[in-house]
Design a protein around this ligand. Sequence first.
Ligand code: 1HN
Length: 346
Amino acid sequence: MEAVQKTPEREAFYRRIDGENLAALWNVMGELITPEPKSACRPHLWKFDAIRRFMTEAGKLITAKEAERRVLVLENPGLRGQSKITTSLFAGVQMVIPGDIAPAHRHSQSALRFVLEGRGAHTSVDGERTLMEPGDFVITPSMTWHDHGNETSEPMFWLDGLDIPLVQFLDASFAEGSDEDQQQITRPAGDSFARYGHNLLPVDQKRASKTSPIFNYPYHYTREALEQAKTRDQWDACHGLKLKFSNPETGDYAMPTIGTFIQLLPKGFKTARYRSTDATVFAAIEGKGRSRIGDQTFEWGPRDLFVVPSWQWVTHEADEDSVLFSFSDRPVQQKLDLFREDRGNA
Ligand code: 1HN
């Protein structure tokens, strides 16, 4: 759409209607309705080692209790100051050190954790505590009470993903703190996985929540699923072997607003180019390689984090067997009939 010419009469008209809280669509239409996604979000990679150093400093500056959550926000370089890694999603790295208690609270924003380093620290969600290991994918559903702690001797680091910008856009934020730092534990560890993680469901129970009743998807099982499939040699040209975490009750994504994925790229594999409308956050958990996003190349190794904006071409190349976790707003886009992908010619 071409810009409309300016004339003195038109300019005067715009000034007059401006005073009445009116504006001419023909001056802004091209910015509103673009032929392709036009995002301020930029590709970027954060090296985990650098984040760990800053987090270790932060650990001396502030307790988890005072901070509420000791998180360094991954700010997209094109969206600075907005606490966004993509237009619709928040990401941060959280550190929980021995003795920390990140106090109980709840909010309408959904959260995911993907464990990067450390072993045996815990999070509690709605009365159940789970111990976490690297590669575990843990969910805090909307409005569920959650608190974290670490009774081990090592710090734990995880990637936090939340739908904060999406909820902000919809003006639907609710949050509250608890009088108790740690919530009462009412169910044994492993309860939700035992009930829902074995292809069995209660015969009559209907839950209202759209979020998976499994709140820790342990890496042990995720990795086994990838390893089994690997031996069958069926590689997707664009994704290698890519699986989505699913809600066993519905078969839909594990979370209603955030899609989460795990992907194996075998040693030496180079993907065909791919683009999609869901800007995606990646965390490498095993292996090393590089991703080309638009015209930039990013080298990654274990625990490094990177972001691919909407509709930018991406290819991945693995030097070793590599595992990538990723998340995006794909469930939202698909439900609204807005999701598009382009596999090049693959
Ligand atoms: C939050 O509640 C957590 O519970 C992590 O661990 C990151 C970022 C913004 C707002 C709330 C958590 C968060 C957050």
